[in-house]
Design a protein around this ligand. Structure first.
Ligand code: NAD
Length: 495
């Protein structure tokens, strides 16, 4: 069985720890690879490689850095089919969706190619007489990126193109569930001409993560994952004096007003609820229907759900399996909870007949109506193909419901009333909002991040905020004397 190696200083290195994680092909339900978990010495060696590579990378001209970024982009564009196959074989999402996530990540690479502009400082001539003031942006050093299983290519690409473009060196700790995509990208960087040690891959579990959080040589941490771990990452990194952005979980609501186009709503709810088997942080998991639309909407959603082909992502299917058996069983357990809590299971995905191997981690699209808001089905992040419907009487009731939750990642409103949409964007306590758009993931030149327990820290991913996160600013006040300087003055300059 293939063992996924670490990537240290431009080379594959097999871990000697003797600790491994199984990597499954979720559509087959079989472990097809394993990944070696780094031990203490290997964690230290990975961070050291990034530390050693930093001075030369920091000092490389912006023009040379930009050329390497462009080459990485060109290679990614040419070879992304290979990466999509890797993602599908370890995550399970269908190939077209895997390509979609690569494309969204590639957009951040394209944005980061504008690094000379984005790293420009400011200059004020003659701030005081004969005194100029200017600012420069410098990289932080070694940055750690810790990513989740659900976007093995896109989420790392939210961060590393910007970090590298800004002159930092990177140690990335991918999810142990689908680790190979990051190794593939490491090899691509090498082919693009990135110097060894600028991009390193550390595989493992909590031990590897803690190694990054506790290393004095790591200046900043970018994390994406579940809320409890995000909080831990934020607290530990802050305690250790690091800059940190920790993106957490989500429970995204779609508010449907009575004047909405219900066919558009039904299409959107199905696409956003079941795409990638609901394993997206921006998936819609709750439809909040302002009455009297719920009955008609449920009929439309149910009709569309009947057309979804579940199966092996390498075949022509719409929805693949869940990432592991443990996760599949956990998601399915919420359907049982819904029944016990008095909700109505309209479509039950537990009986799905997939176009794939019988042992795959299958769960079909599931629709649950009348979900009580006190039920765990409503309050907890499920992260699977389970769409809940909650019925409310008014816009205000729907808004209060959305604002009462612990998460604030994404939300959407469906209406034909511009005034209502405008009021919603003003009042809702959520970071990313769609208006008749179900998955409002910001484009690369804006920044991605939620509110409340969906983001710990004050910096979101990519966009100008990404460049700010990965740089620190110096302000220089300078005076070059001309022959007629004004003699001693112990006060602050006044004019
Ligand atoms: P996870 O929190 O289990 O794992 C994320 C990373 O943390 C992995 O690299 C994992 O190895 C590591 N990790 C796990 N347990 C740890 C521990 N005890 N100590 C230190 N590190 C640990 O998340 P996941 O299951 O891989 O991903 C799904 C979660 O990610 C969902 O909650 C989803 O909402 C969230 N997510 C959020 C966003 C966002 O933008 N807010 C984007 C994608 C995913």
């Amino acid at each position: 069985m293939q063992t996924v190696p670490l990537w240290i200083n431009g080379k594959s290195v097999q871990s000697q720890s003797g600790r491994f994680g199984d990597v499954f092909d979720p559509a087959l339900g079989e472990a097809t690879k394993r990944v070696g978990f780094a031990n203490g010495a290997e964690i230290a060696a990975t961070i050291q490689a990034a530390k050693d590579a930093f001075p030369a990378w920091r000092d490389l001209s912006l023009a040379r850095r930009q050329q390497i970024m462009f080459r990485f982009r060109e290679l990614l564009e040419a070879k992304k089919g290979e990466l999509a196959e890797i993602i599908t074989s370890e995550h399970g999402k269908v190939l077209s969706d895997a390509l979609g996530e690569i494309t969204r990540g590639q957009e951040v690479v394209e944005f980061a190619c504008g690094l000379p502009h984005l790293l420009k400082g400011e200059f004020s001539e003659n701030a005081s007489t004969n005194v100029d003031v200017y600012s420069i942006k410098q990289p932080l050093g070694v940055v750690g990126i810790i990513s989740p299983f659900n976007f093995p290519a896109m989420v790392p690409m939210w961060f590393f193109p910007v970090a590298i473009a800004a002159g930092n060196t990177v140690v990335i700790k991918p999810s142990e569930k689908d680790p190979s995509a990051t190794n593939w990208m490491a090899e691509l960087w090498k082919e693009a001409g990135l110097p060894d040690g600028v991009f390193n891959v550390l595989h493992g579990d909590k031990e590897a993560v803690d190694g990054l959080l506790n290393s004095p040589d790591v200046a900043a941490i970018s994390f994406v994952g579940s809320t409890p771990i995000a909080r831990y990452i934020y607290e530990t990194s802050s305690k250790n004096g690091k800059r940190v952005q920790a993106l957490g979980g989500a429970k995204n609501h779609m508010l449907v007003l009575p004047d909405a186009d219900l066919d558009l709503v039904a299409d959107s709810a199905v696409n956003a609820g079941f795409g990638s088997a609901g394993e997206r942080c921006m998936a819609i998991s709750v439809v909040v229907a302002v009455e009297p639309v719920a009955d008609e909407l449920i009929v439309k959603i149910t009709e569309r759900m009947a057309q979804i082909k579940v199966g092996d992502g390498r075949r022509s299917c719409d929805m693949g399996p869940l990432v592991t058996k443990v996760h599949r069983d956990k998601v399915a357990s919420y359907i049982e909870i819904a029944e016990k809590d008095g909700a109505k299971v309209v479509v039950d995905g537990r009986g799905v007949v997939p176009d794939g191997a019988p042992g795959g981690f299958w769960l079909g699209p599931t629709l649950i109506d009348n979900v009580p808001t006190g039920s765990k089905v409503y309050t907890e992040e499920i992260f699977g193909p389970v769409l809940s419907v909650v019925r409310v009487k008014t816009y205000d009731e729907g808004l209060d419901l959305i604002n009462s939750g612990q998460f604030g990642n994404g939300t959407a409103i469906f209406t034909n009333d511009g005034g209502a949409a405008r009021k919603f964007q003003n009042q809702v306590q959520v970071g990313m909002i769609g208006i008749n758009v179900p998955i409002p993931v910001p484009v690369a030149y804006f920044s991605f991040g939620g509110w409340k327990h969906s983001l710990f820290g004050d910096s979101r991913a990519h966009g100008e905020e990404g460049f700010r996160f990965f740089t620190q600013t110096k302000v220089i006040t300078s005076r070059w004397l001309d022959p007629s300087h004004g003699g001693l003055n112990l006060g602050f300059p006044q004019n």
